[in-house]
Design a protein around this ligand. Structure first.
Ligand code: FES
Length: 120
């Protein structure tokens, strides 16, 4: 089943809509020119993960000798942080960055004529 979400132009980059389809909440996020959608249920203990904060991934680059150069925020990778216990998920993939088997339930999205749809 295809569900209309919004016009792409009505979503700013990294803006979200949480919609409900037959009692299931789905978070839909714009990421540049693409859109991703996940069930609003955290795989940890069921929290409303799609209503969590978006944060840049924290990275710790290493020097050639292996020493740490300090922490920095990624300019490319965004994490969605579950509001219940802080589990983080890569927004573009829905995967937990340290345990790829732990992932959000993803829904197929479609952009057609400037409109965003989710297939459920
Ligand atoms: S329910 Fe999401 S981190 Fe625990």
């Amino acid at each position: 089943m295809e569900v209309f979400v919004a016009a792409l132009a009505d979503l700013a980059d990294r803006e979200r809509r949480v919609i409900e389809v037959h009692g299931v909440e789905i978070g839909v996020f714009r990421l540049g020119d693409t859109v991703v959608a996940y069930r609003n249920r955290c795989p940890h203990q069921g929290g409303p993960v799609c209503q969590g904060r978006l944060m840049p991934k924290v990275e710790e680059p290493l020097a050639a000798d292996g020493s740490a150069l300090g922490l920095r925020f990624s300019e490319d990778v965004v994490h969605l942080v579950c509001p219940w216990h802080g589990y983080e998920f890569v927004l573009s993939s829905g995967e937990h960055p340290g345990a790829p088997d732990l992932r959000l339930r993803r829904y197929r999205t479609e952009l057609r004529d400037g409109q965003v749809y989710v297939h459920v």
